[in-house]
Design a binder for this molecule. Structure first.
Ligand code: IMP
Length: 192
């Protein structure tokens, strides 16, 4: 079975290929000759991941999955959510984004938040969404230097270190992305 992961990150492709085993031949966008920037202009994570995967499926005739992730802060009505990458503006700067979350939470007691990843698989058999959620809270200050995005201000429930203070292996055990991916891998193994 050949499946495309709608990404240009070859490391991600290799990592997931290793999880899937040899019954799946996983290809990245470059492998299928797709050099386009895929549109993701929907207003939900579900919509964006479906938009990317179905575009590739329809144009390149290969089963495809795509992901989209957002930080959802309860006291901010789920923001930044689907706009996480560019919350503070089109410069897509992680420091600016975190500062804006901290500013918007100033004086608020409820600091509950979650990361949510949606992976949508589109095949000739249909559309299959998979969700991974990591619950936690927003710290008062940035802590840690590892990871990316909002990691320095996100404290996973049950931990006393932010995601940016955990090493990658520890983050991968609990992360929203890893959870969604595990569900996808299980599905593919059951349907190979
Ligand atoms: P994407 O859908 O994976 O491109 O993620 C969209 C945005 O969400 C990123 O630009 C980051 O700001 C944020 N984000 C996604 N995953 C993570 C994570 O694991 N840690 C911190 N921030 C993340």
């Amino acid at each position: 079975m050949t499946i495309c992961f709608a990404t240009n990150n070859t490391n991600k492709v290799k990592e997931i290929q290793a999880l899937l085993g040899s019954s799946v031949n996983l290809l990245g966008l470059a492998d299928i000759g797709c050099a386009e920037e895929l549109a993701e202009d929907q207003d939900t994570l579900e919509g964006n991941s479906l938009q990317k995967a179905s575009y590739v499926f329809e144009k390149y005739h290969v089963a495809c999955f795509a992901d989209d992730t957002g930080l959802e802060v309860e006291a901010l009505a789920g923001a930044p959510g689907v706009y996480s990458a560019r919350y503070a503006g089109p410069q897509r700067n992680a420091g600016d984004n975190m500062n804006l979350v901290l500013k918007n939470l100033m004086g608020k007691d409820n600091r509950k938040a979650q990361f949510r990843t949606v992976i949508t698989l589109v095949t000739a058999q249909g559309i299959h969404p998979f969700e991974g959620v990591l619950k936690g809270s927003i710290t008062d200050n940035k802590k840690g230097t590892q990871g990316f995005g909002y990691d320095p201000i996100f404290l996973p429930n049950g931990f006393n270190q932010t995601l940016a203070e955990l090493d990658l292996a520890e983050k991968n055990k609990i992360s929203h992305r890893a959870l969604a991916l595990q569900k996808l891998v299980l599905f593919l193994k059951q349907h190979e």
